[in-house]
Ligand binder design. Sequence first.
Ligand code: 8DG
Ligand code: MG
Length: 317
Amino acid sequence: MNADVLHIAVGCLIDGYGRVLIARRPANKPGGGKWEFPGGKRERGESIEQTLARELDEELGVSLRATRPLLRFHHAYRDRTVLLDIHCVTAWTGEPHGREGQPVVWCEPDRLTDYDLLSANKPIVDALRLPDAYAITPEPGPDRAAFLARLPALIERGVRLLRLRAPGLADPVYEALAREVAAITGPAGVDLIVDREAALCRRVGAAGLHWPAGRLAAVASRPVPPDQWLIVSCHDRAELRQAQRCGADAAVLSPVRATPSHPDAGPLGWPGFAQAREDVALPVYALGGVGPGDLENAWRHGAQGVAGIRAFWPAPV
Ligand SMILES: Nc1nc2c([nH]c(=O)n2[C@H]2C[C@H](O)[C@@H](COP(=O)(O)OP(=O)(O)OP(=O)(O)O)O2)c(=O)[nH]1
Ligand SMILES: [Mg+2]
């Protein structure tokens, strides 16, 4: 690694209510007064896990018990470049407190945007707000009522992010169906992600827009406002980089494995997935022949989580 780059271990402590701990940086440090996730610089001879454990002991007085990787990316500040190596911390001993006198707050992920966080942290906030599964619908088929009747089972199974994918439907038919789906997912707290034109998202009350990387390349700027998700389908590193440049919030990278729906696409495999998403400052879901059983493996290869159709969609009753 370049010696001028500061390698930083960052820990996102997550409590039993799903809240995340943030701390206020002391006024005399770079970014003083801004909020951050606890952590600090790797010292010579340390592994990044050792740095994380040391920093969280020094800054919060806790001992780590369970961690997993969340995101890893470079960020260039005016006077320094950091490599942020961010981990979720889900178990620890000790009561976290600001051991260096810094204020600490437990915050719901959706409220993190209320705080003035360090400017590199936007992708971290997105990764904390997004769930670890992104379900995608199969083609709805002619029986719309039967299709809608399957949604409650999906919600019951804990799906919180759902893309309505229906390439076979004409635009007005898609829009009408999206309204009906939103009427079910919205009250259940599920974020519905729609395809097609950006304005449709607001019209139907969806939470965000899903576009292929190629479509995003054709517009000058991010097609939706900051309060709507923009998730982009990518197949390689160049598309992921481009999605990041165009202001996407998250991406889907496929295919990890060969699938019946895309038999001709060469699978990336997990090492190929990890390589393509490396240093992309976006949460990236793994798609293609994967399901909830692959989650731990997906995390180890740099994924936000898993996406899919078959693995999530309940079988017809
Ligand atoms: N801990 C932490 N650092 C972050 C975050 N986001 C972000 O850009 N950084 C940057 C800011 C700093 O340039 C660097 C962390 O360095 P630091 O000065 O806090 O390091 P440290 O805790 O070892 O502090 P010190 O002993 O040098 O005083 O990483 C974040 O969420 N948490
Ligand atoms: Mg620090």
